[in-house]
Design a protein around this ligand. Structure first.
Ligand code: BDR
Ligand code: CA
Length: 316
């Protein structure tokens, strides 16, 4: 079977970096482009991290485009406490010889989707600024994209950024509003409710370290910071790898159970800004606009993730 074309929108970010590596390690997909927005770290750092991680994983040829730096309306909001000062925890990567392409990230998203209508899967694991502005600039992408898979929102769980809101949606709730109300026929949302339980531990990292080489070393140093953060903030000795879980749904959708549901996002109240709301009881009587992931096979996914990192390490 031909690999499925995927465009990955990221704000790298430790788990974004792991999603890039998983994309490079997965023969079921062809990573057509990476687009970057400001989020976990400012745009310039995210672009640098994205390029360096692509090079680490043997993907220096994959075009990476810098997108929008700031949320549409809200002020910038980064996450150095979660991802470290550079965005990649304690890891230090050799600088990639590659540069970002000249094309703007929003245009790259549009052009990749419109080049092969009905084929491209867009996996968005960052604040949705690039995606929302791409929809506004070229509304035909809504029908032309095969599927959009978003990591974001806290629907039936506490938020991880405010008591109610998850990071990607909180940073640019207006962008999330555009995406949710755009009419994308296949919009899959994997929320924090689910990804908080998709965890790797030091034991998993040690399994990779046993192979030696730069990829396990990178994962270990990035994840060491992420583990410390999760222990301090959530009280468990593991870290949630949100973004790779979303990426995996591009080629292994049966990892997830989903439910069609009407979902909306708060963009007015400061207290509840970015809260995502799922109408589980059909109280609004509005038609479903998303497929919400309600269960995920954590064990199968974590094993797949580790095997793919092992394979990438052996082949590098
Ligand atoms: C999301 O926010 C970011 O910190 C992670 O990269 C992930 O995309 C989790 O809430
Ligand atoms: Ca992310």
């Amino acid at each position: 079977m031909q690999p499925r074309p995927v465009v990955l929108d990221v704000d790298p970010g430790i788990d974004d970096a792991l999603a890039i590596l998983l994309a490079l390690a997965s023969p079921e997909i062809e990573l057509r482009a990476v687009t970057v927005t400001g989020g976990n770290c400012p745009l310039a750092e995210g672009v640098r991290n994205g390029l360096d991680v692509l090079a680490l994983g043997g993907g220096a040829h994959v075009p990476l485009a810098a997108g929008v730096a700031l949320p549409i309306i809200r002020p910038p909001f980064t996450a150095p406490e979660t991802h470290g000062a550079t965005g990649l925890g304690y890891a230090k990567l050799p600088p990639s010889p590659a540069a970002p392409i000249a094309e703007h990230g929003v245009d790259r998203l549009i052009n990749e989707i419109m080049a092969t209508p009905g084929e491209v899967t867009l996996v968005a694991v960052a604040p949705l600024t690039n995606v929302a502005l791409a929809i506004r600039k070229e509304p035909r992408i809504v029908q032309a994209v095969r599927e959009v898979i978003v990591m974001g929102g806290a629907v039936r769980a506490d938020g991880n950024t405010t008591p109610l809101a998850e990071f990607n949606v909180y940073v640019d709730p207006h962008a999330a509003h555009v995406v949710l109300h755009s009419g994308i026929p296949q919009l899959t949302i994997i929320p924090w409710d689910i990804t908080i339980n998709v965890r790797i531990t030091q034991t998993h990292v040690d399994r990779l370290l046993a192979l030696g080489g730069p990829i396990p070393a990178f994962i270990a140093e990035a994840v060491r910071f992420y583990l410390e953060f999760h222990e301090a903030h959530f009280g468990f000795a593991a870290c949630s790898i949100n973004d790779p879980a979303a990426l995996a749904l591009a080629f292994l959708p049966d990892l997830a159970q989903t439910t069609p549901i009407y979902m909306d996002v708060e963009i007015n109240s400061e207290t509840t800004m970015g809260k995502t709301v799922g109408d589980f009881l059909h109280l609004t009587q509005r038609p479903p606009n998303v497929r919400l992931v309600t269960a995920f096979d954590n064990e199968r996914f974590v094993e797949l993730f580790l095997e793919r990192m092992e394979k990438l390490t052996r082949n590098s």
